[in-house]
Ligand binder design. Sequence first.
Ligand code: BES
Ligand code: MN
Ligand code: ZN
Length: 481
Amino acid sequence: MKFNFSPTVSAKQDTLLVPIFSDNNSSLEKLACHQAIQALIDAQQISTAKGEVTAYFFEQQKVLLLGAGKKSELNENRLQSLIESAVKATKTQAQHVAIFVDALVPKSRDINWTLTQVSQYWVSNLYAYDTTKSKKESATKTTQITFISATENEKAVQLGYAIAQGMNITKELGNLPSNICTPTYLAEHALALSKNNSQFSCEVLGADEMYALGMHSFLSVSKGSDEPEKLIVLKYQGAQSNEAPHILVGKGITFDSGGISLKPGAGMEEMKYDMGGAASVLGTMNTLALLTPKINVIAIIAAAENMPSARASKPGDVITSMNGKTIEIINTDAEGRLVLADALTYAERFEPASVVDIATLTGAVIVGLGSHPTAVYANDDALSKELLDAGLEAWDRGWPMPLWENYEEEITTPFADLRNTGNVGRAGGSITAAMFLKAFAEKYTWAHLDIAGTAWTSGKNMASTGRPVPMLTHYLLNKIK
Ligand code: BES
Ligand code: MN
Ligand code: ZN
């Protein structure tokens, strides 16, 4: 996809995308046929209802009039859904689309922000999953987007494009079934990225190395599966080598059956998405490869499959984690925190400036927050604010959650230093999970994102969302501003 700018409409653009509002259509004036269109709107022959698209032909050009509701009500959510409608209407029809983007700036945002978001939404909406279908999606016809705007900002567009590319990789990894997207597959993705980009390097640790490091918390999860576990360490060096790295740690459970604490059958297929944290970290690394910012970032991915077998961990088992803390495994379905515990300890060796883990960690976070915000936990208020601000900026929002010491007693047991589930039933399940992780992140500034509600959508159009790649990208880029 190519993007460029033009102050005016030209004949090369086969399709013009023009938002129309019920209350203010000053942006129409760039069109020679604007009076005719306004007359049709006034006569209610063309609908300005949000998301409705009407085609109008004028001198060999197709003018797609995109109903956008009231201009005074144009906000971030509305913009996002308008672009979704626009891509649906043009994807297989238009080769060169010119967008009247100046009309799409929501109140409280500016044109630069809008250029980033429109580019991002456009490219991310072009993604469609068909890898394991014999009938492929019809190919995208659009190859060129022109922003009709008084402002030219190439950088803003590149940012949106790079984020969308990262999101689409995240979506693909998430949507792939667990018999294809295994821990080994994730490792191969990371290795390929490092091969193709000189600023990247990658190391993959297998069972033997993890055993030698004493990662028995991690290994207690993978040992029930025949799929080899992988700890993937992917480094991006964009700054001086002595500059402390920012670390992203991703939960990469490529299938979560629950283990011996087996999950119920209904909906279990969704647990192929339990590597959504890992996928968002790999997506973000792909975005960095396109943007090449002056920052050092290390991705650590804890990739394993959680399966029941005669070799699997059992409820009541006690293991010693890499940092020496002992853990009683109360429930083998609380496996994410077990693999992350050792990945977080492993992160210490890089003396990081910050560590953020991203995990589809608990069903409880969906009960609490639904599917709109990502839950944000941190042992540092400034880091929490940076992530929340980045989420607002990227329109990929988070919501703050508590890590009070009051919750500490809820993860105690007579048999080990910690237990892997709360001893107060299901109360505050996302928080007790975060409290558990906190015990392994004492050596640095750390945050945890519980993305169980935001990484994918359920139902008949089940799909990975590509979140929180936008939040993570803005967060990292803000580190160098
Ligand atoms: N991967 C799940 C969390 C999850 C469940 C995400 C449903 C999205 C939808 C996680 O490993 C898990 O099973 N968590 C348990 C924890 C419990 C055993 C304390 C949960 O949330 O039920
Ligand atoms: Mn689980
Ligand atoms: Zn899980």
